[in-house]
Design a protein around this ligand. Sequence first.
Ligand code: COA
Length: 312
Amino acid sequence: MQKYSKIISTGSYLPEKILTNKDLEKMVDTSHEWIIERTGIESRHIANENESSVDMAYSASVNAIKNANIDSNVIDMIIVATTTPERKFPSTAVLLQNKLKNNKAFAFDLNAACTGFIYALDVADTYIKNGIANYVLVVGTEKITSLLDWSDRNTCVLFGDGAGVAILGSSNTPGIISNTIGSDGSYKDLLTVNTDSEVIEMSGNDVFKIAVNTMGKLAAETLEKNSMTIDSLNWLIPHQANSRIINAVARKINLPQEKIIMTVNKHGNTSAASIPLALDYANSNNLIKENDIIMFEAFGAGFTWGSTLLKY
Ligand code: COA
């Protein structure tokens, strides 16, 4: 019998400290009005000095494991999507495995910048479909504010920290219907953290335009590839970088606002953590129902992009 992977639970963690646009007004030459108008962001969570991407991943994972009502030792694969690992090695995933006292899984990190969670879902889905794994902990965790130049108003207003988790289980019915991932390294310098500066550098305007075009095209292609129309979609859970990008993509594919999960206003751009954070938000607020058709979609540095179409 053909195997599918299904999301059996979600979890998330957001640091306690909240940084508002008003707080940012005291740090750089900006205003609450400018940030809201250009990005839709009102506030973001900031991890404290002693809080790492592993700590956040751990809290979100404990939450998801509890929601799944499983023992952590049934998890046989752990993938952590992150660009802000606690250590260069061992991987964030191995450090997380240790904290979870899991001795069954194999664990590794994956870096596809803001598209990391979609890439990780694709890998998890492939392992489950091939019968290699049965329960996969898929994590997006970022202490992305550790990569910010707090004097650069072009970037410091955009990002926030957090972690989100989805546990995938093997199932006889879908589940994940299709995954599409892609990348183009010729755009490497438009959004980057160079090893000499260690801070985010971005050509905001270029990123904006390419993100809208790529995500609009990808959403349409994902539906077409699966012989679905926009009406079959219950929810779009996009990467939460900027509400203007999300709304422009929605207009391109004629998707009504009510079908979009939007958390960027309270989270900012949490990179690889943004989709699982938005998913857990939707899940814990009972917005998603069984059998809903959902599309995840992301775009990030590289450039990288990807979509996942699934039945909940
Ligand atoms: N507060 C006030 N003014 C700011 C500002 C801030 N935080 N950041 C930039 N500005 C200024 C610029 O200096 C520029 O001033 P100038 O005209 O005097 O030079 C002006 O605002 C317009 O800058 P521009 O970059 O053209 O604005 P924009 O409309 O493109 O908005 C972004 C800037 C960053 C919000 C927008 O380009 C964007 O969202 N890009 C995508 C970023 C992203 O999502 N990256 C992650 C992808 S995963």
